[in-house]
Write a protein that binds this ligand. Structure first.
Ligand SMILES: [Zn+2]
Length: 581
């Protein structure tokens, strides 16, 4: 079926694509791990014995069993040469470490107090004026900014996205993702390129941030790239060429509910003026990682410990596997079904309308540049040579360790693996910084410039235009006599995505596979010619040649014609004249 509406209209108005598997409502909350879940504010604030603030610890696992036992703890991604790893200890974790017999040392007994002292120390420092586009005085908030905050230079993602689109209508287009978040917040993205309203077939670079609520730099760097592009266009030849040749699509805040909970934690406390158990209350919220899905039955209790689903374990490719948890209060809880969460469904819907040749999902921390696959059991993915070459090329600028994602630890159900596994995108996960949200003035601008984050993003964005790394469909729309006609071109494909070990205990929903529909559109030139830069028609794990694309050209008067075509990475498929009748 040919769609008669544009890609952008789809993004504004559509629910999930027609090919999306209809997933049922979230089942009744699964039983939480005993003792870890405290529902509602009262119990949380009661100050029961044995609870404490959040701490950091270094842990020396001695054998495979001890490594395996660490799955259920909150890993910060910090690795040390002596084989130790850093964990963020939540209330109740210390006795669990003791019970496991793992050697550990608490390195920071009170994380929040430590950060408060850093903030205090920074207060006296004069804010250094930096000439970096899109930077301010502190981390952005999601949307609303109070008059007092505005005076202090605080801005918001949504305010800044709107302002960018208003100021640069020729280069920036704001769009809404199809679904609101669990708490009803709109999720926004922007498309940035020259002549952005033209629906052409330029290759796409996709990037997002803030899957994980506490990882504040991940959203900052995502939106800063938009400022870099619009500021440099027409002035910097490299940026100008990028803007003319690649469409950049950015979603700075994938998880607005979790981010709001984390970013506003301190403000919420200070405005409450009540004698609460301050450090626990604030740090539990500020270090929240997941979305805010309740496991206690209440709609969205803001103070429920362990609330949420890890939206970066909720994607469908090999969902349910190693490195994701089936336990609701776990920090890596994957959810009851693939794509159970609107935040992950949004990215799925967006990517199913694009050909994102290159893709990056931003996170903190660890100074790592991770490439697929997420789980060790897969070994290397089919495009390993390109993935390594391109990963190393980015890391050469920011000094991050360029490694297989599983070398950090196993993951499944991530954006990165979905991008590669479902679409063949050259997909990466960045782990910026050395803590989840470092002091803003001491980190963001310098990491962007001297630290090489800007440069590494440019390398990945430019790689989308590399003809060796994607496919090209070209041709010309004509009438029966060969006279050129302007019109639209759609490229469609339906295919299957494997889940983890189909049907075993890790896949309790018993879903054998996901059926995905990929549909993208462009408008031809006035003379009917088209050049559509696409991902390979053969998805990475499809057998044989894979399912071909169906390319449909439709003239303005509604006459159409279709062709099926295979196109590989680095191939140009020339359809020649495609006559409608
Ligand atoms: Zn993360």
């Amino acid at each position: 079926m040919t769609r008669k509406i544009t890609r952008r209209q789809l993004l504004r108005t559509a629910g999930l694509g027609a090919g999306a598997v209809a997933l049922g409502a979230l089942p009744a909350a699964a039983a939480p791990e005993a003792g870890l879940l405290r529902g509602g504010g009262r119990a949380l604030l009661g100050g029961s014995a044995g609870r404490g603030v959040l701490s950091l610890a270094r842990v020396w696992p001695a054998d495979a069993d001890q490594w395996a036992a660490l799955w259920s703890f909150d890993d910060t991604h910090a690795r040390f040469d002596d084989g130790s790893v850093e964990l963020l200890l939540w209330p109740g974790d210390l006795p669990r470490l003791d019970a496991l017999g793992i050697r550990y040392r608490v390195t920071l007994p009170d994380l929040l107090a430590h950060e408060a002292s850093l903030r205090e120390a920074a207060r006296g420092r004069r804010a250094v004026a930096v000439d970096v586009p899109g930077t301010g005085t502190t981390y952005r908030k999601l949307d609303a900014v109070s008059p007092v905050e505005a005076l202090a230079g605080v801005t918001s993602y949504y305010g800044d996205l709107r302002a960018l689109a208003d100021a640069h209508p020729d280069m920036v287009q704001l769009f809404e993702l199809p679904e609101t978040s669990l708490e009803g917040r709109t999720v926004y993205g922007i498309e940035v390129c020259s002549d952005v309203a033209r629906e052409d077939g330029r290759p796409v670079f996709y990037m997002d941030g803030l899957h994980h609520a506490r990882e504040w730099p991940s959203g900052e760097f995502t939106i800063m790239f938009a400022y870099e592009l619009v500021t440099g266009y027409g002035k910097d030849s490299r940026i100008t060429e990028l803007m003319d040749s690649v469409r950049t699509v950015l979603v700075p805040v994938q998880n607005p509910d979790g981010f709001t909970r984390s970013r506003d934690a301190l403000t919420s406390y200070l405005s409450a003026h009540t004698p609460l158990d301050t450090p626990l209350l604030v740090s539990e919220q500020e270090y929240h990682r997941k979305n805010t899905r309740s496991h206690s039955g209440a709609p969205h209790p803001p103070l429920e410990t362990g609330a949420g689903i890890d939206t970066n374990r909720n994607y469908g490719f090999q969902w349910g596997g190693d490195g994701s948890s089936g336990s609701p209060t776990s920090q890596t809880y994957r959810g009851p079904e693939p794509f159970s969460e609107p935040e992950a469904r949004n990215v799925r819907a967006l990517l199913s309308r694009l050909h994102a040749v290159t893709l990056n999902s931003n996170h903190t921390h660890g100074r790592l540049l991770l490439r697929p696959p997420g789980a060790r059991t897969f070994g290397a993915f089919p495009d390993e040579e390109i993935l390594t070459e391109l990963g190393d090329a980015q890391a050469a600028h920011n000094g991050y360790r360029s490694i297989f994602s599983y070398e950090l630890y196993d993951t499944t159900g991530t954006t990165m693996d979905w991008g590669y596994g479902a679409h063949g995108s050259l997909a990466y996960t960045y782990e910026h910084a050395t803590s989840f949200h470092p002091d803003y003035p001491g980190y963001i601008a310098e990491a962007w410039t001297d630290g090489g984050v800007r440069e590494s993003f440019l390398v990945l964005a430019e790689a989308a235009a590399n003809p060796a790394w994607h496919g090209v469909l070209r041709g010309r729309l004509t009438d029966a006599s060969g006279a050129p006609l302007p019109g639209r071109v759609s490229v469609e494909k339906t295919f299957e995505i494997p889940l983890w070990k189909d049907g075993d205990a890790s896949n309790p929903a018993g879903i054998p596979a996901l059926t995905e529909e990929h549909t993208s559109e462009m408008v031809t030139d006035a003379d009917g010619s088209f050049v559509f830069h696409v991902n390979p028609s053969r998805r990475p794990f499809e057998p044989d040649e894979g399912v071909p694309y169906t390319v449909t050209v439709t003239a303005e008067d509604g006459r159409s014609a279709s062709r099926t075509v295979h196109v590989g990475r680095g191939d140009v498929a020339n359809l020649g004249e495609v006559a409608v009748s």
